[in-house]
Design a protein around this ligand. Structure first.
Ligand code: CO
Length: 134
């Protein structure tokens, strides 16, 4: 059911410093920062030949990633995103299998303008999983 790895997301306390590590130390192509107020994050995308890395920094008071930084002050891996062809079919199959979909279970428009859902980490090897309709 799942397809390509769309991205791995890393939450960081200092987005400019993180972008510099990927650009200057690791030699990757790094985008300019983009504020996504509706998601409570500022993002930088690192383009790799086979996938991308999404660097996330909290934006605003109610950022969903602010608590993550409280417990991981140096930053850390936050989620992996897999592509699916049909997000509603994927959701229904996962719910039928007993997996928990976060929020109200309805897809939201994610950082790339495509519908996304998040799955409970306790059902997926301790890792928050994002599904994105490709
Ligand atoms: Co993501």
């Amino acid at each position: 059911m799942i397809g390509r790895l769309n991205h791995v997301a890393i939450v960081v306390p200092d987005l400019a410093a993180a972008a510099a590590i990927y650009r200057d130390t690791l030699g990757a192509t790094v985008s300019a920062p983009v504020d996504l107020p509706e998601h409570g994050v500022t993002t930088v995308f690192v383009e790799l030949p086979n996938t991308r890395i999404e660097l996330l920094q909290p934006l605003g008071q109610d950022s969903p990633v602010a608590r993550f930084l409280d417990s991981h002050p140096a930053g850390g891996m936050h989620h992996v995103c897999y592509e699916v062809d049909d997000i509603l079919a994927a959701r229904d199959r996962l719910i039928a299998a007993g997996a928990r979909v976060l929020g109200d279970g309805e897809p939201r428009i994610g950082a790339h303008g495509k519908p996304v859902l998040f799955l409970h980490p306790k059902d997926f090897c301790g890792t928050l999983v994002e599904l994105e309709q490709a």
